[in-house]
Ligand binder design. Sequence first.
Ligand code: BTN
Length: 326
Amino acid sequence: MKEKILTELRKAGDGYVSGTALCSLLGISRQAVWKNIAALKENGYQVESVASKGYRLLSEPDKMYGPDILSRIDKDCLCKQVESFECIDSTNTKVKQLAEAGAKEGLLVVAEEQTGGKGRRGRVWKSEPGIGIWMSLLLRPTLPTEQISGLTLLAALAIAGAVEKLCKLPCQIKWPNDVVVAKKKICGILTEMSTEENYIHYVVVGMGINANTLSFPDEIKETATSLFLQTGKKVDRAELTAMITQRLCAYYERFEKEGDLTSFIDEYNEKLANKEREVRIYHGMVEKCSKEDIETGVAKGIDKTGALLVEVDGQTKRVVSGEVSV
Ligand code: BTN
């Protein structure tokens, strides 16, 4: 209900919405309106109430607040539930718990801070409060398990598209799933799934976006950046989260219907940072690779399964896992 009230308050702009109008628009009692407005106020939304006029939205906090994010997502989107937390271990872990308890696909979990943020290959994903977007989406695809890596590529495409639209920043994708701006990483994606034989119980697509980070530690400042550092402006995290979710849900539904990535290949390859460039393929963890575990070739683009096609000594190889350097 809070998301609906926020939508009405925003629609009114500088004007007021009367309590009576809210009651009849939303089909709730005056007391319920009052309670929901009080909850919004508690969460940092400044709402003015004037006896003869009604309610007016004066300001909104920079907050990853579930009802706010949901209010910015179209009604026909697969995402109908957004749960927000001040501080949790990992949004991926939370989605898994909720999925086990029967949550519907489209559930989105966001947090201001993660104390146990997970990166790929067991790495730690630092997730400080108030500056990033730490979000995880629950999906229950009816696709074969070998297609699931395609979801990670689609998440990268959704993030790149949303960032380009909202922040006016050209984005590229480092296969399979790092979105880069000016050759530096602005986001990471961790897709996890629960399966039984070839049956998928659920998939969690976890996305971490360096939104308003002011600085990075020395060891990663050459390879990581944030949207704020690239534009000099703070990004509206709730708006970007809603845009990414909406794009990803639409891509997902198309992918499920079509069964593979054929119709996404051109769009993805246009953003591929490594296209027609020499790339190194690391077979194993980059840090642990010896010379024999590294191959060099020229990246040609992805195929309909999401594998990277790399030309090595005149032969095209499909790379399905491992890491590639730009
Ligand atoms: C990577 O290593 O590049 C992937 C990082 C993924 C981080 C995100 S933040 C939200 C979600 N919750 C997690 O614990 N991890 C993912």
